[in-house]
Design a protein around this ligand. Structure first.
Ligand code: TYM
Length: 332
């Protein structure tokens, strides 16, 4: 079975609908006929300052949410990045293969460091994509299911894999990004030309999966819509309505064209009301299940321990090859 790998940062109390529709839903689907490795990227989280207590809590909440949305530990390895030390070890080797200018071109670093002022940004933030490349290459996956914002990191990953393979010996598989066009970039409800983002969006622009469903419904009803009143999918002219149509279609399974027809002649209020109901129906059981799982810490730990073992064995074997090929003397 082809392998898939992906990760998510534990930097918020809840995943949001961008994470879910852009990536996590594909994780759940791909489990069926792939060999999956899914992890919580706590090493990536500390590229910006985190409160340790909160980071620990959010890591467990992330694990509970993955299980609640249908990641099945019998099919998938679910683990915590910092518990598999090979991620950081391979990242060092890849750091030494990456050009400074090459790293500097990464747009996420540019955006995030611009916010803090480049001098204040950590070196970890700068090498973030290289750690991500290590995360991926260790497992030699065929596919990496992510949202559009990760595409550039995937390209760097492929470049580094190729560079290592040609400098030493073929070691890494070149992974393919798995990005679903329709949901690759879910927009902020208040600022529909920007992506929904836990770091950049205002609270009213994000639908959080663990929010009180009533709050989520209210956010949808007060989403920014466009001038005019026609319900039509047109990202350029009508980014707000198009985003609502995208979310609606993804959750209901109805094609966008059918929704346009269904809402022809009706106002924005009608589609917002129906979408709000749809979201409430979706998040209510998800939220209950997550809270139940969070009450069962023993089960969560057992799942993460099992994931660590399966992932650790694969990571260890890859790193051994890498160290040998790089010319490091093996311990006896
Ligand atoms: P993170 O934690 O920011 O987001 C997790 C996943 O959600 C996707 N996503 C979105 N998709 C569509 N629309 C949006 N508005 C939206 N917001 C977020 C992201 O693309 C991502 O797939 N660097 C990664 C974590 C990571 C990783 C990896 C991913 C670390 N190592 C290795 C894949 C492979 C990140 O920060 O994702």
């Amino acid at each position: 079975r082809p392998r898939v790998l992906s990760g998510i940062q534990p930097t918020a109390d809840s995943f949001h609908f961008g994470n879910y529709l852009g990536a996590l839903r594909q994780w759940v689907d791909l489990q069926r006929d792939h060999q999956p490795f899914f992890f919580i990227a706590d090493l990536h989280a500390i590229t910006v300052e985190q409160d340790p207590k909160l980071l620990r809590e959010r890591t467990l909440r992330a694990a509970a949410q993955l299980l609640a949305m249908g990641i099945d530990p019998a099919r998938s390895s679910i683990f915590v990045q910092s518990q598999v030390p090979e991620h950081a070890q391979l990242a060092w080797v890849l750091n030494c293969l990456t050009g400074f200018g090459e790293a500097r071109r990464m747009t996420q670093f540019k955006d995030k460091s611009a916010k803090q002022g480049e001098g204040a940004a950590s070196v970890g933030l700068f090498t973030y994509p290289i750690l991500q490349a290590a995360d991926i290459l260790l497992y030699r996956p065929h596919f990496v299911p992510v949202g559009e914002d990760q595409r550039q990191h995937l390209e760097l990953t492929r470049d580094l894999a190729q560079r290592f393979n040609s400098r030493y010996k073929k070691t890494f598989r070149l992974p393919e990004p798995y990005i679903l066009k329709s949901t690759a970039k879910i927009a902020d409800l208040q600022e529909p030309t920007a992506k929904m983002s836990k770091s950049a969006s205002s609270p009213s622009g994000i639908i959080e999966m663990l929010d009180d469903p009533k709050v989520s419904a209210k956010k949808i009803r007060s989403a920014v819509t466009d001038s005019g009143s026609e319900i039509r999918f047109d990202v350029e002219e009508k980014p707000g309505v198009s985003n609502l149509l995208t979310i609606y279609s993804a959750l209901s399974g109805e094609p966008i064209a059918a929704l346009e027809e269904q809402y022809a002649g009706k106002g924005y209020g009608a589609i917002k009301g129906d979408l709000a109901d749809l979201v409430v129906t979706f998040v209510t059981p998800f939220r209950e299940r997550t809270l139940e799982l969070l009450d069962d810490q023993a089960y969560l730990s057992a799942v993460l321990q099992q994931g660590r073992e399966t992932a650790g064995a694969v990571a260890e074997a890859t790193l051994r090859d890498v160290y040998q090929r790089a010319g490091f003397v093996a311990p006896t």
